[in-house]
Design a protein around this ligand. Structure first.
Ligand code: HEC
Length: 246
């Protein structure tokens, strides 16, 4: 008990010193006094311990949250919240310390720049918190699957609108992924159909990621794919001929 307290005080000292508020000898005692006086809070559990504890999630619930939350704040928030909100409810701290809405920026391939599909950014934020370096392997497998699968698959209980087509992106890029689907469906970006496609796809991506996380929690996760950078001797996507002729 006393040892733990001392450890926490020492950690607090490092923080205090970095801020340049308290430097010099007798730091521990001074720090302890400040803490005792309620002048500073101890470092939150969230900072002290990472990755965060994971509890296996129900994929049906995850899918519903992703779909509904796409319509609130788009793709990145949809997948991040589909995983992190149930963990806030079922695990509590440290997840409750994370403002999930802060992930909103990933929409449209990062604020509309058409780079990484926001659903994948959202998964990366969640898997990073939950599984650290293992989370990178899980994210790598999720991205691989995303590029190779005809999406969307998910059919919501109460769809906001109907859509006809599925498409395979061959790419993790928002621009290419959504572009291929829009071409097939014959619709523009700012249409109810395109919104519905992205909302359903958010559910698919969140479900796939949670299946991997649940297997990981059981000690049964084996990465399916290796490093893209090592495979291609540079960071790369696999759809080379979309951008290079031959
Ligand atoms: C999203 C589009 C895109 C994709 C997909 C893509 N590239 Fe490129 N790549 C580029 C662009 C743009 C350049 C810069 C070309 C230039 O300025 O001449 C480039 C440069 C390169 C270069 C020259 C620079 C270097 O690193 O030596 C090579 C080789 C290359 N890409 C190989 C690949 C291979 C192999 C793949 C598939 C594994 C691939 N690219 C996928 C767009 C892409």
């Amino acid at each position: 008990m006393m040892e733990k307290m001392a450890e926490k005080i020492i950690k607090e000292e490092v923080r205090v010193s970095r801020r340049g508020l308290l430097i010099g000898a007798g730091k521990v005692a001074a720090g302890a006094a400040v803490i005792a006086a309620g002048g500073l809070s101890l470092p939150p559990e969230a900072e002290a311990r990472h990755p965060w504890p994971y509890k296996k999630l129900d994929v049906g619930k995850v899918a519903r949250i992703a779909y509904e939350n796409w319509y609130k704040d788009y793709c990145c928030y949809a997948t991040a919240s589909a995983i992190l909100v149930p963990l806030q409810e079922e695990v509590g701290a440290p997840y409750t310390s994370f403002p999930v809405i802060s992930t909103r920026w990933g929409h449209g391939g990062v604020v509309g720049w058409g780079t990484l599909c926001g659903t994948l950014t959202g998964i990366g934020i969640a898997t990073g918190l939950i599984a650290g370096k293992d989370g990178e392997k899980i994210l790598n497998d999720v991205i691989f699957w995303y590029t190779q699968t005809n999406l969307p698959i998910y059919t919501p209980g109460k769809p906001k609108t109907t859509i006809k087509n599925v498409s395979r992106s061959d790419s993790p890029l928002c621009h290419i992924s959504v572009g291929r689907w829009m071409k097939k469906e014959g619709v523009q970006f700012f249409t109810p159909q395109r919104k519905e496609r992205c909302a359903r796809l958010s559910a698919d991506v969140a479900v796939y990621a949670v299946n991997l996380l649940n297997a990981w929690a059981d000690g049964k996760y084996v990465p399916l794919h290796g490093s893209q950078a090592k495979t291609h001797n540079r960071p790369a996507q696999n759809n080379c001929t979309d951008c290079h002729s031959g």
